[in-house]
Ligand binder design. Sequence first.
Ligand code: KG4
Ligand code: ZN
Length: 342
Amino acid sequence: MKILTLESTCDETAAAVVTEQREVLSSVVASQDQLHRKFGGVVPEIASRAHLERILPVIDQATREAKVTLGELDAVAVANTPGLAGSLLVGLAAAKTLCLALDIPLIAINHLQAHVYACRLAAREDVFPCVGMIVSGGHTSLYRCREAIEFELLGGTIDDAAGEAFDKVAAMLSLPYPGGPSIEKAAADGNREAYRFPRALMDDPQRLDFSFSGLKTAVRYKIAGPGRVDFADINLSSRQVADLAASFQEAVVDCLVGKAFAALEVTEMQTLCVGGGVAANSRLRQRLDQQAQGKNVRLHMAPLNLCTDNAVMGAIAIERLRAGMVEKLDLDVYPGVVRKTG
Ligand code: KG4
Ligand code: ZN
């Protein structure tokens, strides 16, 4: 069985062909980073227009690389929640059109479940039940994952997502978008203890929420003080940039690691799966690893190539198909986060 999976939830247009045995026959990702760079973040209208231009060439490339014709596809799966409404609609319209024309089943993908499923793909063994942490540009959430497609929200950010904080702080430091990799690179030469930034909500281990907006503001005040400011006019030395990046990154990592392990305690689970763009951060990976070893926790992190948005993780469609979860062609998009599934 061959399934075409589509991903257009945010600013990556992606398609992959996967088999029922979780083999990846092809994976194509068209990034829009260049288009959003000058704005320091994703502009939804630009993203949806760019998806429209890219979706058909991306599907074409994915099927050609997999050496399958459209007629040989057995199903099409598409991420329809959560994400930017306009972006989601492009992927969904393409998927429905293919299913109608080819008379094959349509499968819905929950993008957050797919980020956790990237860990399942890499592990090559069952990872459920587990605590799933999704850390990306749009989400920072902890889930109790009973099964691949059965999630319950434990907590999440009450303001900015971790990736968004990386992107905004990078812009303040005049580092290029996307900010996560730029901050990580700058932080490599920095002193993590040079600046003491706040770690919000860390005094209550039962509360599995995050908050990064105060941290963002603290960095801003350290650089510029109050009032209107053009960050491009601020001259920081490379030492200052490195120390600010390292101190900021450490504060984010402290919160993510702290709450992930608090979630394991609260749920009495022993397995932690971490996915999403920020999961590519090497300091976060190192700290999670250290903590997991000390606590006898089974840790699965998405492989680097499956952290940021891609269609391979859409192989979770196999689990939906096995559970008989096929959609009608009136399927809609759900931009918001679903608290409980399954
Ligand atoms: O999962 P993703 O591709 O898109 C969403 O679903 O949001 O995540 C993108 C986010 C961006 O905010 C980017 O700055 C961040 O992931 N990111 C990183 C790293 N690589 C990407 N953040 C920290 N360290 C990284 N190495
Ligand atoms: Zn994502």
